[in-house]
Design a protein around this ligand. Structure first.
Ligand code: ZN
Ligand code: ZN
Length: 418
């Protein structure tokens, strides 16, 4: 028997209501804020990712699904979406064409990580990017939109962590200082930290090792080493957040693993999700467009983990609204044949209707309708056929009435869809 590959999973229709909820709400909210949907390919040239994400990151070193296609080209299944969107922005000259550089996209990403609750090798993200804006109000507005989105979903307990990781002018000085202090403590750090310390020093802040944490807490915070422009930017982002009544915590550890981030970084966590409690994260990447061959262009974005949002909804006991449905019960061959016409007509009139095709008994059909959670049952037997009616039974109170066939669609719409 075949099974889904480790780290991938099937999303069955019973769970899909929650997925529709997070995706539909994202479309609704993001479009209200001026974002347009973009769909980019699932695979790109490998170097697009290695250049933008950075060679010395876990993603590029260990986690990419890279393969050679039949023409010998090295391709990679996208481990994140921003690189592809920026590639599209440059390729289609959107700097000249787009009046509002706001995009969102929904789809699968791929990383070879150790699977665990809330973490898969094929996972899904909802992402939003603003390309071409540098104002700190834009950073705050993106964060504010995300809170609005979570509220719309019914997720009201998210925590926001915020940081600034500076710019190419102020970060190198900070990194030098950081490297010196890390070097002094090198032998006390775990082997992961030791190998990170030279190549990607900031990543030390990601270490979960308790022994390392004590040392990490003593390291200098980048917030105290920002240049005046970065510092002003960070202060202004915070002042807009306060204006919007948004609570946050400044976290010096929030450095993120991707090289192209500059200035603002942020992460939302949700209580009750265990170790993988980050539901979304993002930040500014003012250097990426130029790095990939475009003009110097500021940008900021967010990636939302769909699996974790679905888990958070379950954690809050939020279930998808039950679909309104009707079940057509027929008794006898003639009623069945007439029923097939009737069900077609009902669907064309916007009524969700199911039926039995296996010749179940009257009782069997009613039992099935009950199991399916149908709100109403239509019974079509010999008597009803003669009179040109169906018997309409409401499952909520068991009440029955005869309804003329030609009045059925309007009656059902009135009773069921209000
Ligand atoms: Zn700076
Ligand atoms: Zn460590």
């Amino acid at each position: 028997m075949y099974r889904a590959i480790r780290g991938t999973r099937d999303i069955l229709p019973e769970e899909m209501g929650l997925w529709h909820r997070i995706e539909d709400t994202a479309r609704e909210v993001f479009e209200l804020y001026g974002y347009g949907e973009m769909r980019v390919p699932i695979f790109e040239e490998t170097t697009l990712f290695s250049r933008s994400i950075g060679k010395h990151t876990d993603i590029v070193e260990k986690e990419m699904y890279t393969f050679t296609d039949r023409s010998g080209k090295s391709l990679t299944l996208r481990p994140e979406a921003t690189a592809g969107v920026v590639r599209a922005w440059i390729e289609h000259h959107l700097d000249q064409r787009a009046l509002v550089g706001r995009y969102y996209y929904i789809g699968p990403m791929f990383r070879y990580e150790r699977p665990q609750k809330g973490r898969y090798r094929q996972f899904h993200q909802i992402d939003a990017e603003i390309i071409g804006e540098s104002h700190p109000a834009v950073d705050a507005e993106l964060i504010e939109m995300l809170f609005f989105y979570l509220n719309r979903l019914g997720l009201k307990r998210a925590n926001l962590m915020l940081n600034s990781i500076g710019c190419p002018r102020c970060r190198p000085g900070y990194l030098d200082k950081l490297r010196r202090q890390v070097k002094a403590k090198l032998t006390e750090l775990c082997s992961d930290c030791q190998s990170r310390s030279e190549r990607n020093t900031l990543r030390i802040f990601d270490c979960k090792n308790t022994n390392c944490q004590g040392i990490i807490n003593e390291l200098p915070a980048i917030e105290d080493h920002l240049c005046s422009e970065c510092s002003r930017h960070f202060q202004q982002v915070q002042s807009y957040l306060r204006r919007f009544g948004i609570e946050y915590k400044v976290s010096p550890r929030l450095v993120r693993g991707l090289d192209y981030y500059t200035r603002t970084t942020f992460e939302f966590t949700y209580p009750g999700l265990g170790a993988q409690n980050a539901i979304m994260g993002g930040g500014r990447y003012d250097g990426l467009v130029a790095l990939l061959g475009g003009k110097e262009t500021p940008a900021i974005g967010v990636a939302i983990g769909s699996e974790r949002l679905v888990l958070a909804l379950k954690e809050e006991g939020i279930s998808p609204p039950e679909a309104v449905s009707t079940f057509l019960v027929t008794v006898g061959e003639e009623a069945f044949q007439r029923g097939m016409e009737l069900i077609r007509e009902l669907r064309h009139q916007g009524v969700f209707c199911l039926s039995d095709y296996q010749g179940r008994s009257l009782r069997g059909q009613l039992r099935l309708a009950n199991k399916l959670g149908c709100q109403a049952v239509l019974i079509l037997g010999e008597d009803e056929l003669k009179k040109g009616v169906v018997t309409l039974k409401m499952m909520s109170d068991g009440s029955q009435q005869e309804v003329a066939l030609d009045l059925l669609p309007s009656t059902l719409r009135r009773l069921l869809y209000g």
